[in-house]
Design a protein around this ligand. Structure first.
Ligand code: ZN
Length: 58
């Protein structure tokens, strides 16, 4: 988490959540390499989407 400076990986907000880059429901693993810090807004917005799906829905 240190490499992100505790900021959200998707916007300039401060991260308060950990987001799964590949959602567990899409076969993602519950490991550090699949997690990035995210603020509440981004994490709730992204939900169980993959990054590609989320980018299309924004
Ligand atoms: Zn954010």
């Amino acid at each position: 988490m240190r490499r992100w400076g505790y900021g959200c990986a998707y916007c300039p907000e401060r991260a308060t959540h950990l987001d799964h880059v590949i959602p567990l429901s899409k076969g993602g693993e519950d490991v550090e390499s699949n997690m990035v810090p995210a603020c509440q807004r981004c994490n709730l917005s992204k939900g169980a989407k993959t990054l590609a799906e989320w980018a299309l829905s924004r």
